[in-house]
Design a protein around this ligand. Structure first.
Ligand SMILES: NC(=O)C1=CN([C@@H]2O[C@H](COP(=O)(O)OP(=O)(O)OC[C@H]3O[C@@H](n4cnc5c(N)ncnc54)[C@H](OP(=O)(O)O)[C@@H]3O)[C@@H](O)[C@H]2O)C=CC1
Ligand SMILES: O=C(O)C(=O)Cc1c[nH]c2ccccc12
Length: 267
């Protein structure tokens, strides 16, 4: 499938495809379009001032294989989601001199605490479960703010349910942060050659940057939305959603309209 768009005059969806056997371009028209291909995403690397001129290796976390080639190197991991914390831990175990950017508040929990929280969720409301798991997290890890890791105001399960944001499930990175084997840094302000500057004024020399900065939906790469049916929609909660013009119904399994679009049709 190459692209899909809604033709307002025909009142039909037009789907352009390429026949992979013959190579011919074909067009299909239909009143309804159901997307059942799952949602594909592409690795997201933010635009950082000077990144183009970085003299080392800069890759997205999805391209990271293991820490072997980073032994003895200065490596910066951006940021503190699950990919970032796991990769930082792996790099440090491989002998890399590892730093991690932590830009926003993040809940840090163990997999046992998350499991316990999931069991509790069957019995108790999310507000109570969040209080219990945050308390258990504090017992296990202590106050991490002195290490540069702040806690979000809202609870971990509330954030997971409403924003799709996962708590970071610690695999050993926190212990290394506490023993200063891994250095925590705030956001990058600029890159000059191999020198990276941070918001707190600190600057260091790095051989490599691993951007564990998440993924962006690739839906809009093929879904042509010239009429902005999608992009003008407000983010909505899980479930069906009818747009203002009553022409399009979204059944989004995720919590963000465009980012987590799974199925839609014209009514
Ligand atoms: N073991 C497991 O269960 C694992 C699960 N996963 C899951 O896979 C999914 C994807 O995870 P992941 O790849 O970590 O991506 P995430 O989207 O979860 O995390 C991306 C991180 O990058 C930060 N970020 C985004 N943009 C920037 C920027 N411009 N500058 C600095 N930081 C930025 C985000 O912070 P901010 O909040 O500030 O935007 C966030 O901390 C998640 O659901 C995760 O939980 C991943 C790995 C292992
Ligand atoms: O896949 C993810 O996003 C995870 O980090 C694991 C996960 C799935 N569902 C959850 C609910 C609460 C905390 C973590 C997870």
């Amino acid at each position: 499938m190459k692209s899909a768009f809604y033709d307002v005059d025909l009142e039909k969806w037009c789907v352009k495809v390429e026949n992979t056997l013959s190579g011919a371009q074909e067009m299909y028209l239909g009143k309804f379009l159901v997307v059942a291909s799952g949602e594909n995403s592409v690795g997201y690397i933010p635009q950082v001032r000077g990144l183009d001129g970085f003299n080392g290796q800069a890759i997205h976390s999805s391209k990271y294989e293991n820490g072997k080639k980073y032994g003895g190197k200065n490596v910066l991991v951006v940021d503190s989601g699950n990919s970032g914390m796991e990769i930082a831990y792996d790099l440090s175990n491989s002998g890399a001199n590892t730093s991690i950017v932590v830009r926003s508040p993040v809940h840090v929990l163990s997999k046992e605490i998350v499991f316990f929280g999931m069991v509790l969720l069957k019995l108790l409301p999310v507000t109570i479960v969040d209080k219990v798991v945050v308390g258990l997290g504090k017992l296990k890890y202590g106050n991490l703010s002195k290490y540069g890791i702040q806690k979000p105001k809202q609870g971990p399960f509330y954030l997971k349910a409403t924003k799709g944001r996962s708590p970071t499930i610690d695999v050993g990175c926190i212990k290394k942060i506490k023993t200063i084997e891994i250095t925590v840094l705030p956001s990058i302000t600029s890159i000059e050659g191999n020198l990276i500057r941070f918001e707190n004024g600190i600057y260091n020399w790095y051989d490599a940057i691993i951007f564990a900065t998440g993924y962006k939906s690739s839906v809009l790469n093929w879904l042509k939305d010239d009429n902005c049916y999608l992009t003008t929609m407000e983010c909505h909660e899980r479930g069906s959603h009818i747009t203002g013009n009553q022409k399009m119904v979204f059944t989004a399994l995720g919590s963000q309209a465009v980012g987590c679009l799974h199925m839609m049709h014209i009514v």
